[in-house]
Design a protein. Structure first.
Lengths: 189, 53
């Protein structure tokens, strides 16, 4: 029973070509740790340097998107959030790394606020339809301008992913309830 | 005489060795900091001062 259940989960992942899967609360040390294992695996696979760097960079961006923006989070109470060893909020998401044919695939998913869905779709569609040259030009432009309100970085994450991917990025949204949707983003390298 | 800028590397941030006196500026290693702005702020400040920006 126990072995069967876990084995089914593993088989479902395997059937989709998944090599790494993480579902849960993501923190920076999780990113570092999974990242180290990913680098080792890519090195053992004898992936070329450009592929290794691209897969790794996309993995980092996808993990940081969950850490910063997932709309599913746990907040420490005020007693836990202050003083020595203060806890920060943690955010929930799912990330998989796998193979499709000769390509690597990095997928990430997390909940987003319904109010943000249209804006995200618009941005992702714009990026998806850009040529590599257009992406490069917009990347440089964004680098020099102020980040959008609500951004916790330079607003470059999606563009970095699109630039490193070898095929157009894919994304999808699924309504969960009135307030939130599940957002999935796939990059092929 | 401008002071050099030296930052030790970590698993996620590169070594920075800016020897302004000898015009030898080197950044080497991995770079995927938790907060990229915070890590590179002193690096860019030093570069701007060096380049007279």
């Amino acid at each position: 029973m126990l072995a069967g259940q876990l084995m089914d989960l593993r088989s479902a992942l395997h059937a989709q070509g998944v090599i790494f899967a993480y579902s849960g609360y993501v923190t920076e040390p999780v990113l570092s740790g999974v990242g180290e294992a990913l680098k080792q695996k890519l090195t053992i696979d004898d992936a070329d340097t450009k592929t290794l760097r691209s897969v790794f960079a996309i993995f980092v961006e996808q993990m940081q998107n969950i850490i910063r923006y997932s709309a599913e989070s746990e907040q420490p109470g005020s007693r836990l959030a202050s003083g020595d060893g203060a806890l920060k909020e943690i955010r929930y998401g799912i990330l998989t790394i796998g193979r499709e044919g000769g390509d690597y695939v990095v997928c990430a998913g997390n909940l987003v606020r319904q109010a943000d869905v249209d804006r995200l779709k618009e941005r992702l569609n714009k990026i998806r339809n850009m040529s590599k040259d257009e992406l490069k030009a917009h990347y440089k432009e964004q680098l020099r301008s102020e980040p959008e309100e609500g951004s916790k970085g330079a607003g470059l994450g999606f563009m970095e992913i699109a630039r490193r991917a070898t095929k157009p990025i894919e994304f999808d949204f699924a309504a969960v309830d009135g307030d939130r949707s599940f957002f999935a983003l796939k990059a092929i390298i | 005489m401008r002071d050099p800028l030296n930052i030790e590397p970590t698993s996620r941030t590169p070594a920075v060795a800016f020897d302004f006196v000898n015009n030898h500026l080197k950044i080497s290693g991995e770079s995927y900091p938790e907060d990229v702005t915070e890590f590179y702020r002193p690096v860019f400040n030093a570069l701007d001062a060096y380049l007279g920006a």
